[in-house]
Structure formats: structure tokens, C-alpha cells
Design a protein around this ligand. Structure first.
Ligand code: NDP
Length: 309
């Protein structure tokens, strides 16, 4: 059994920042990077709003830099995942995907969040054949073609703008009569000539012989003026928000909200279990920003250090 002081689960801005701080505090720290090393920012093209990069920075590059910085101060960075977590008594007990068992005095959960889907059977049917939740990962396949983005928030606008730079035409499928995105993003999509915004519109299904060829839509669903129509598209991109990655802790006694976001205490990163801290999108249903995640990772590490001392 390996014995450590702090286990960090997750390798986004929250996890790596926590590792920098834990390493500098001299804590025996191990970080598991999880299934998506570097986290969600590795699926972004340019990050323009992280302070310190006046020209913006490539998301992958930023996460490689953060990883290098995290490794400099002594935290051990491991590929792979934690598959079992027992938080019922301290030290906490964990098992990784190689069967290695770890005992840790504290844990910082920074497992992030994952994209949501509408729940239509067609999303599964056409998975990898035209359905995607990551424009920057898959947009390349739709050069000079027609795609749709579902959602009206910041993510949807960013994805639509990115796709509009590659594709011939981009539809935005927005269920409300307005976009809820920030003003600057809203203006960009409204002014982009190859983006068409379909307001008050929901998706009923997808169709196509070999992959997505179109979507069945409905405007003013349930209203007297309800209208069903189809659009021809080659790609269908989801941008309707994210769900926290907290499956591992489902029966752990950790307090979560109705959506599964870990609850932290007031202005702290502490959870309802002493010695367990959470940082980043896994406990943040509101801001979802790299800089906020990094800040909360620093807080979690400082709190873990104080707790141990
Ligand atoms: P949001 O929750 O803000 O927006 C989700 C969008 O998807 C909304 O338009 C919502 O519609 C729509 N939606 C949700 N469920 C469905 C459904 N079942 N069917 C159809 N439409 C649906 O998520 P985002 O990912 O856009 O953003 C999350 C957070 O991250 C926000 O705080 C945002 O500000 C931040 N963010 C900031 C960025 C930046 O500053 N550059 C970039 C990306 C994200 P409705 O409005 O009707 O609820």
C-alpha cells in the first residue's frame, strides 16, 4: 500500500495548480491525470481570457506548460485514473486502474465536467458519424460543409464561430427566442454572414444513410403555431452545457447538488468530509472558467496543507 499526503484527481487547470502548490508546500503528492489529460482546455483552440497571455494561448500548449510547472516542484504526475474511492475513514483509500492501492491523508477532487447530450437515440446512432460535442476536436472534418450547433450559451457561440471559419454554413439551434451568451459573443455570431440562428427551435431527431445528412426540427413546440421542418446538415454539434464528473463518488457520502456538482463550504474548497477538497468545474456550476478553476486549485492545496499541519 502506497502512503501519501495528498492525492489530486484530475489534470485540468484546477488539478495542475493544486499540484504546483502542494509540491511547493513539500507535501508528498500524487496527481492522476484521468481519461482526458489536460482536461477540457485541450479541446479549445485559443484561450483568450486567461490573464498573462495578451495574444491568447493555444489550449493544448497552456496545459502542457501547466503540467511542466506542476512537475517542477515534486508532485508525481501519473497517467491513468482512480477507479475506486473510499472516503469513509481517514486516511482515505483509493485504487487506480492498474490495481495499485493508495492511502492518502487528503484528497483534492478536480475531475472537471463533461459535455451534455440531448438524450435522443439518434445521438448514439450517429456517434462518430456526424455527432460531436467538441467543435475544435472535430470541426476539421466539416470544411466547406454544413453543420448545426445546438445551444445558445457562450460555448455554443464559440463553437459556432469556430465552425463558421471552416464550414460553408452553420445553423445554431436555440430553444429560446434569444441567445444567453455574453454580449461580445452574441454580436459576433449575429454578424457572421454564414451563421443562421434558428430561435425557438428544438431537435426531434437526425437522419441520414451513412452518417448525418440532416435534422428534424420543430419551431414553437407545443404552441398553436408549431411548425416541423428539416435542415440538411453534415455535422451536429452539441453545446448545451456540461455535467460534473462525480460518478466515482456517487456513494461516498460526499455532498452534491441535484446535478451532481460537489458542494463546497462557503468561500472554501472544503467539502462535508474533513480532508476532502474539491476544485474546478466539478464543484462550479456557475463560472466554468480556466482561471477560476486554477484559483480554486490553489485554494484547495493551501487548505489541504493547513489541514495537515
Ligand atoms: P450554458 O448552460 O450557459 O448554456 C447552455 C445552452 O444550451 C443554453 O442556451 C441552453 O438553453 C441550451 N440548452 C440546455 N439544455 C438544452 C436542451 N436540452 N435542448 C436545447 N438547448 C439546451 O452552458 P455553456 O456551456 O455555454 O456555458 C457554461 C458556463 O461556462 C457559463 O457560465 C459560461 O459563461 C461559461 N463559458 C464562458 C466562456 C467564455 O467566457 N469565453 C466560454 C464557454 C463557457 P436555455 O438558454 O434555454 O437554458
Amino acid at each position: 500500500m502506497e502512503k501519501i499526503q495528498t492525492l489530486i484527481i484530475g489534470s485540468g487547470p484546477a488539478g495542475y495548480t493544486a499540484a504546483i502548490y502542494c509540491g511547493r508546500s513539500g507535501l508528498k503528492t500524487v496527481l492522476y491525470s484521468g481519461l482526458q489529460p489536460g482536461g477540457q482546455l485541450t479541446t479549445t483552440s485559443t484561450v483568450e481570457n486567461f490573464p498573462g497571455y495578451p495574444q491568447g494561448v493555444d489550449g493544448n500548449q497552456m496545459m502542457m506548460d501547466l503540467k511542466e510547472q506542476a512537475g517542477r516542484f515534486g508532485a508525481e504526475l501519473r497517467d491513468g485514473s482512480i477507479t475506486k474511492a473510499d472516503l469513509s475513514s481517514r486516511p482515505f483509500h483509493f485504487t487506480d486502474d492498474n490495481g495499485r492501492e493508495i492511502e492518502s491523508d487528503t484528497v483534492i477532487i478536480a475531475t472537471g465536467a463533461s459535455a451534455k447530450y440531448l438524450g435522443l437515440p439518434d445521438e448514439q446512432k450517429y456517434s462518430g458519424q456526424g455527432v460531436s460535442a467538441c467543435a475544435t476536436c472535430d470541426g476539421f472534418f466539416y470544411r466547406k460543409r454544413t453543420v448545426a450547433v445546438v445551444g445558445g450559451g457562450d460555448t455554443a457561440c464559440e463553437e459556432a464561430m469556430y465552425l463558421a471559419s471552416l464550414a460553408k454554413k452553420v445553423y445554431m439551434i436555440v430553444r429560446k427566442p434569444y441567445l444567453r451568451a455574453a454580449e461580445i459573443l452574441r454580436k459576433r455570431v449575429e454578424e457572421k454572414e454564414n451563421i443562421e440562428i434558428l430561435y425557438n427551435t428544438n431537435t426531434l431527431g437526425l437522419f441520414g444513410e451513412n452518417g448525418v445528412e440532416g435534422a428534424h426540427l420543430v419551431r414553437f413546440k407545443g404552441e398553436p403555431n408549431e411548425e416541423k421542418f428539416d435542415i440538411a446538415i453534415d455535422g451536429f454539434f452539441l453545446a448545451i452545457g456540461h455535467k460534473p464528473n462525480t460518478e466515482l463518488f456517487k456513494d461516498s457520502g460526499l455532498e452534491m447538488d441535484a446535478q451532481g456538482f460537489i458542494k463546497t463550504k462557503g468561500n472554501s474548497q472544503a467539502t462535508n468530509i474533513e480532508g476532502v477538497f474539491a476544485a474546478g468545474d466539478v464543484c462550479d456550476p456557475v463560472y466554468r472558467q480556466g482561471i477560476v478553476a486554477a484559483g480554486s486549485g490553489a485554494k484547495a492545496a493551501i487548505e489541504a496543507d493547513r489541514f495537515l499541519k
